[in-house]
Design a protein around this ligand. Structure first.
Ligand SMILES: NC(=O)c1ccc[n+]([C@@H]2O[C@H](COP(=O)([O-])OP(=O)(O)OC[C@H]3O[C@@H](n4cnc5c(N)ncnc54)[C@H](O)[C@@H]3O)[C@@H](O)[C@H]2O)c1
Length: 294
C-alpha cells in the first residue's frame, strides 16, 4: 500500500508576487534600453565569412552553398568525392557571386585527409566560420537482405563522416577562438520511418546525425560553436524524380501536395549560419511540406 504522507518528491513552487521595489529594480536592469529601429535583416548577412560545405558538388549541398554565397560569404570550400562536378560548382559560385571558391576532393570518412584539408582551407581562404555537413548517401534494401558491408557504408558516410568533418572543423574553430556555426543535414527520416521504401540504414544514420548534432551542441557551446540540423523531407531532385512510382506516392503523402525545391532549404541555412540565429543551438528544423505532421 502506498503511504502518501511519505511522498518526498518536490512540489512545484509558486514564487511570492514581486514587490514594487523588485519590479522597479528589474525594469532598471532590463537589457532593452530606449526603443529604436533595428536592422533585423542585416543580421542574416554573412559578409567576410568562410564556409565549408561537404557534398557541395551537387544537390542540396550545392544549393545551400549558393544560398550562403548570396548572403555575402568571402570564401567557400566545397568538399566532395566527385571532381568534375566539384570544379563546375566552384566555377558557378565564383562567377555568379564573386566569392573565392575552392574545391577539395575528399571522402568524408578519411579523417587524416579531412584534417589536412581543414588546414589548407584556413591557409587559403581564412578562418572557418560555417560548416554545412551535407555529404550523404542512401540505398533501398530490405532489412533481411541487407549485406553488412552495405549497411556499414551508409552509417560510415552519413554518421561517422559527419563527425569526422565536424571534429576537424571544431578544432580549427576552437583554436581561432571566434566560435562558428555548424549545420548538419539530417532528414525527416531521422524522426519517422519512410514508407513504402525499405531504408533502415539510412533512417538509423539520420537519427544518429540528429543526436550527434545535439551532443556536439552541448559540448561545444562553451567555445561559441553552435550546432543545428536541417531535416528535409522529400526534395525534388533528379535522383528522386528517377523513382517514378515512389515520386507520385511521396507527393500524395505530403500535405503541401508536392516535393520541395532544393532552394527552399536555403533560407533556413542562411539563418542558421548567421548571427540572426545566435541563440539557436541543438535544434532540428524539419522542412518537409508537412509530411511528418500526419
Ligand atoms: N534529396 C532529398 O530528398 C533528401 C531528403 C532528406 C535529406 N537529404 C540529405 O541531404 C544531403 C544531400 O542529399 P542530395 O539529395 O543533395 O544528394 P546528392 O547525391 O545529390 O548529393 C550528395 C553529395 O555528397 C557527395 N558524397 C557522397 N558520399 C561522399 C563521401 N563519402 N565523401 C564526400 N562526399 C560524398 C556526393 O558526391 C554528392 O555530390 C544528404 O545527406 C541526404 O541524406 C536529402
Amino acid at each position: 500500500m502506498t503511504n502518501h504522507s511519505d511522498n518526498t518528491a518536490q512540489r512545484a513552487i509558486v514564487p511570492p508576487p514581486p514587490s514594487a521595489e523588485d519590479i522597479a529594480a528589474a525594469n532598471a536592469s532590463a537589457p532593452d534600453g530606449p526603443f529604436q529601429a533595428k536592422n533585423f535583416l542585416a543580421r542574416f548577412r554573412l559578409d567576410g565569412k568562410v564556409a565549408v560545405v561537404t557534398g557541395g558538388a551537387r544537390g542540396l549541398g550545392f544549393s545551400m552553398a549558393e544560398g550562403l554565397c548570396s548572403a555575402g560569404l568571402k570564401g567557400v570550400a566545397i568538399l566532395d568525392v566527385q571532381t568534375d562536378l566539384g570544379l563546375d560548382a566552384i566555377k558557378k559560385l565564383h562567377d555568379a557571386y564573386g566569392v573565392q571558391a575552392q574545391f577539395y576532393k575528399v571522402d568524408v570518412r578519411d579523417e587524416n585527409a579531412v584534417a589536412e584539408i581543414m588546414n589548407s582551407i584556413s591557409a587559403e581562404l581564412g578562418s572557418i566560420d560555417i560548416l554545412v555537413n551535407s555529404a550523404g548517401i542512401a540505398d533501398l534494401v530490405h532489412a533481411e537482405d541487407y549485406p553488412a558491408d552495405k549497411f556499414r557504408r551508409v552509417i560510415d558516410i552519413n554518421l561517422n563522416g559527419s563527425f569526422v568533418v565536424a571534429q576537424a572543423c571544431a578544432r580549427h574553430m576552437i583554436s581561432q577562438g571566434r566560435g562558428g556555426s555548424m549545420i548538419f543535414i539530417a532528414s525527416m527520416s531521422g524522426s519517422i520511418v519512410n514508407w513504402p521504401q525499405p531504408q533502415s540504414a539510412y533512417n538509423a544514420s539520420k537519427a544518429g546525425v540528429k543526436h550527434l548534432m545535439k551532443s556536439l551542441s552541448a559540448e561545444w557551446a562553451v567555445h561559441g560553436i553552435r550546432c543545428n540540423a536541417i531535416s528535409p523531407g522529400y526534395m525534388d531532385t533528379a535522383l528522386n524524380r528517377s523513382y517514378t512510382t515512389l515520386f507520385n506516392e511521396w507527393k500524395q503523402r505530403t500535405p503541401l501536395g508536392r516535393l520541395g525545391d532544393p532552394d527552399e532549404l536555403t533560407g533556413a541555412a542562411i539563418w542558421l549560419a548567421s548571427e540572426a540565429s545566435a541563440y539557436c543551438t541543438g535544434s532540428d528544423i524539419i522542412i518537409d511540406g508537412g509530411y511528418t505532421t500526419l
